[in-house]
Design a protein around this ligand. Structure first.
Ligand SMILES: O=C(O)CCC(=O)C(=O)O
Length: 192
């Protein structure tokens, strides 16, 4: 399978395995995930996130959203094991955030997956459905990378969360849905 190196900078590496999971059926995955639309607070106001999401893994909080602990389903576990075989992360990935972009109006803004409980050495995502652009930018130089993610592509982000941020911008000409499963390792941090 074709591996594409997107960027390499010291310990940071980002690469894609094209079509690694092209055999997965979008409709089956879409139906099997308990989607919800979360409210988020930004600039003192409450909005609905411009996408649907779901969570499987240990309890986890980002922005104003608190996810309860939820075990990985059997099918998600199988996918996680296949990802471990292909990517060999330093420690097993134990959680998955699911994102559903119902059409090109749904999006995710610039952000980093840098909460203290995320092990940012290795975060891996699988994309199914419509092709969308995934952007990365260097926080200092603002240099940008535009990666076209197609159905079945596997994206690997190694140590990408300190100096770089990423986003999934709107693409208003696209009316087809895309789902993304982002596997990560959540560390248990002792409460103070
Ligand atoms: O949909 C994508 O490919 C981006 C997902 C993402 O950035 C995230 O879950 O942090």
């Amino acid at each position: 399978m074709e591996r594409q190196l997107i960027l390499e900078d010291g310990e940071t590496r980002c690469w894609v395995i094209k079509a690694a999971f092209a055999h997965l059926d979008f409709e089956e995955w879409y139906e099997s995930i308990p989607w919800q639309q979360n409210p988020i607070r930004m600039f003192g106001k409450e909005f609905l996130e411009p996408r649907l999401t779901a969570w499987m893994g240990p309890t986890y909080r980002y922005a104003s959203i608190q996810w309860a602990a939820q075990p990985l389903s059997d099918t998600v576990k199988q996918l996680q094991e296949e990802i471990h075989r292909q990517v060999q992360p330093p420690e097993p990935l134990n959680a998955c955030l699911f994102n559903l972009y119902r059409n090109g109006s749904d999006s995710m803004g610039w952000h980093r997956d840098n909460e203290p409980e995320i092990d940012s050495r290795c975060i891996v995502s699988v994309s199914l459905g419509a092709s969308r652009d995934f952007l990365i930018r260097d926080r200092k130089t603002l240099e940008k990378w535009n990666i076209r993610l197609d159905h079945g592509d596997l994206l690997v982000m190694e140590n990408l969360q300190t100096n770089y941020e990423h986003a999934l911008p709107k693409r208003l000409r696209s009316d087809a849905p895309r789902l993304n499963m982002t596997f990560r390792r959540i560390l248990s941090i002792p409460a103070n």
